[in-house]
Design a protein around this ligand. Structure first.
Ligand code: ADP
Length: 698
């Protein structure tokens, strides 16, 4: 080999090596760049994962509810820090490593609830639907209401674990329970009020009926007419307010009947005039004489709407005038639309309040109207009734100047005779007493009530039917009378001491002839549902006290055997008694009773008050009071003081009535200490009143 060729080959080798070196250098550069890139990416990933961990931790720390994430074996993956409020025996780190769900929750839920929860978790892991549920627990003596939601977490198609969320609903549930308790208290209050109001109303309505029937004195009759009409309306309003469940549930029914609009206007006008006597406010009615007089509809409800609107006008007007207008438009041969308005020159309503005044329990401008009584229900009832009568109501008002309510209702027309052609002026027509439409002189009724005054009222209402009335003052007394006599109908008070009306009725049902006899419950507590309730007990029907003569007639027609019912004979009736002269009460008695309030229940008639005092004296209850007190029979003790409370109120013994009420409530609520303390002073007060009544007789 020559030197030249060797050199050439070396040169070529050298070139090749240089190229290789160059290529390696380039590769090295690429690798360096790639390496740089990789380091940067790694740094980025590290930073991102730290970010994730940070936010995950923050989420668990700040999350307001108890959140538990588990794997598919129900081992914890993460838990929100709220957990440590309920259980501090774990470290946060332990959860990350995985603690069985049962162990974690053992300190939060009682064993039974925990088992249920774990069953639900198993179901969720099987992907069965598990709806959220409520659970009440007690932790460290504190009640907690949870809403628990269990959701399955998926990783693509595989189950990754569970998301279990506990939301603390204690405040919400507490608020709901408070609202329910308030609602219950409201119903109880209404039931109590019904009893309190209806009992004295019984006397007012019943006795005004008697005056109208028996008195020849024109002035007395006119006053009695007003009392009767005003008390009837008052009663129907009380009924509506008390029968609140009806209003709330929209179950109120209209009771349609024939009536004369002349009578309605007259009743409304006399009531408003009587109430306005003490105020410098004039009342005017502009009634279109073309309105058909004989209508068919719910007179009581229409009257109620007008009285409510006029009542508000009176309440909110200190001076100036109130105007009632009424006109009609014919709809077809047998219907018309009545348009009414009530305007006043009173305080007016702010524009912002106009929208809310028709809502229940809404009273507006309460700061200014502090002194004005009301329930905030009136307009809500009005609107509902008007809508039921096919109409609508609206209001216009200028704050500080006055208010006008406009409403319209559809009414059936029975006769197109004009109001202006009605034979008597509306006011003259009002004074007719209730007339019985039949009599039943062969019929015998047993009336059972522990309150003598109520017995008198029932007897008086049955008198026009010429029915023989036998009175019994207790359940056992009624059983005795029933055993020795034959009756066609029984009226039975519900609340009586020793044996109440329901028990007495049940025993009569077991006696000979007792299975079939109509027994009608008398009750001062007539909230909605009462009829069904009494029928369930075994009564055929019930009558609300104060007994309305019309309702009594309806019951008699329904339940007396038809062979006993005869048409009434038109005989000219002699007035039975005239009102006797006032008598002077002894001083001691004057101190014990509030005569003014007593006379209120006795229609200002002192002779009647005399009779009531005698009844009260005769009915004295010191013995049963002492007996039940000694026997610690608080149920019967409560019944006696309850009836004493009503009777004392009727004769104006306000203090005694108030003290009886305290004892009644103490007995009802088992506050025996209070009874022990108050019983003797009460008896003393009671005896001293009885003594004063005796002294007065001498
Ligand atoms: P209430 O029993 O409180 O009178 P209503 O539903 O009848 O309840 O009335 C609701 C509220 O509307 C009243 O409390 C009063 O603030 C306002 N209001 C009603 N009528 C009038 C009126 N004629 N003038 C001024 N304010 C009225």
């Amino acid at each position: 080999m020559d030197i030249v060729s060797t050199e050439k080959r070396l040169q070529m080798e050298n070139k090749k090596l240089n190229r290789e070196i160059k290529r390696l250098k380039k590769d090295n550069e690429v690798l360096r760049i790639a390496n740089d890139q990789a380091s940067r990416t790694q740094a980025y990933i590290q930073k991102d994962s730290m970010r994730q961990v940070f936010y995950n931790n923050q989420l668990l720390k700040t999350y307001p509810y108890l959140l538990i994430l588990t794997d598919e074996q129900l081992q914890t993956v993460m838990i929100s820090d709220v957990f440590f409020r309920y259980n501090s025996s774990f470290e946060r780190e332990e959860f990350r490593r995985g603690v069985p769900g049962r162990e974690v929750l053992a300190g939060v839920l009682p064993e039974d609830d925990l088992s249920i929860l774990l069953e639900k978790c198993e179901a969720a892991l099987r992907q069965d639907p598990v709806p959220p549920y409520l659970l009440r627990t007690v932790i460290a003596g504190k009640k907690i209401d949870w809403q628990i939601t269990i959701k399955c977490m998926m990783k693509e198609d595989d189950i990754a674990g569970l998301n279990i969320l506990f939301v603390d609903m204690t405040d919400v549930i507490n608020a709901m329970e408070r609202a329910e308790a308030a609602d219950k208290a409201k119903s109880n209050f209404l039931a109590n009020m019904s009893h309190e109001i209806r009992t004295p109303m019984n006397a007012i309505v019943g006795m005004s009926e008697f005056i109208l029937r028996d008195s020849a004195d024109e002035v007395a009759r006119r006053h009695a007419t007003r009392i009767k009409s005003a008390s009837r309306t008052l009663l129907s309003i009380i009924n509506d307010i008390l029968d609140f469940s009806k209003i709330e549930s929209g179950k109120m029914d209209l009771v349609n009947d024939s009536y004369q609009i002349a009578h309605l206007i007259s009743d409304v006008a006399s009531m408003i005039n009587a109430r306005l006597q003490t105020k410098p406010v004039t009342f005017k009615a502009e009634i279109d004489g073309n309105i058909p007089n004989r209508l068919y509809g719910d007179e009581v409800r229409l009257k109620q709407i007008l009285i409510n609107l006029l009542g508000n006008a009176m309440k909110f007007t200190q001076s100036g005038s109130i105007l009632l207008t009424m006109r009609h438009e014919k709809i077809d041969g047998s219907h018309c639309r009545l348009f009414c308005s009530v305007s006043d020159t009173g305080i007016g309503i702010k524009p912002k309040d106009l929208k809310t005044i028709f809502s229940s329990f809404t009273q507006v401008d309460t700061k200014r109207n502090r002194a004005v009584e009301g329930t905030g229900l009136g307009l809500a009832i009005c609107r509902q009734l008007i809508e039921m009568m096919g109409g609508s109501i609206r209001v216009e008002s200028e704050y500080g100047k006055g208010t006008t309510f406009h409403f319209d209702v559809v009414s059936a027309v029975e006769g197109w005779q004009k109001l202006s052609d009605a034979p008597m002026s509306p006011l003259e027509q009002a004074g007719t007493a209730f007339q019985a439409t039949f009599c039943a002189p062969q019929a015998r009724a047993l009336v059972v009530d522990d309150n003598e005054m109520n017995l008198d009222v029932a007897e008086g209402i049955l008198e026009p039917y010429q029915i023989t009335v036998v009175k019994a003052m207790s359940g056992p007394d009624a059983l005795e009378r029933f055993a020795e006599d034959t009756f066609d109908i029984i009226f039975m008070d519900h609340m009586m001491p020793t044996m109440d009306g329901v028990e007495a009725m049940r025993r009569i049902r077991l006696m000979k002839g007792g299975e079939e006899i109509p027994i009608v419950a008398l009750t001062a507590n007539a909230l909605s549902g009462a009829a069904a309730e009494y029928r369930k007990f075994g009564f055929q029907a019930f009558l609300a006290k104060p007994i309305a003569p019309k309702s009594m007639e309806y019951i008699l027609r329904q339940f007396l055997p038809s062979r006993l019912i005869q048409p009434i004979e038109e005989t000219s009736k002699e007035p039975a008694v005239s009102v006797s002269a006032p008598t002077q009460a002894a001083d001691a008695l004057k101190a014990a009773i509030d005569e003014e309030s007593a006379l209120k229940y006795c229609m200002g008639n002192r002779a009647f008050l005399d009779k009531m005092l005698a009844t009260f004296r005769k009915n004295e209850k010191t013995k049963p009071l002492e007996t039940f007190f000694r026997a610690q029979d608080w149920e019967n003790y409560r019944i006696v003081v309850h009836s004493l409370k009503g009777n004392a109120l009727t004769i104006g013994a306000l203090n005694l009535s108030e003290h009886a009420k305290e004892l009644e409530f103490a007995a009802r609520d088992d506050r025996i200490d209070e009874i022990m303390k108050k019983h003797e002073p009460f008896l003393k007060e009671y005896r001293s009143l009885l003594g004063a009544i005796d002294a007065r007789k001498k």
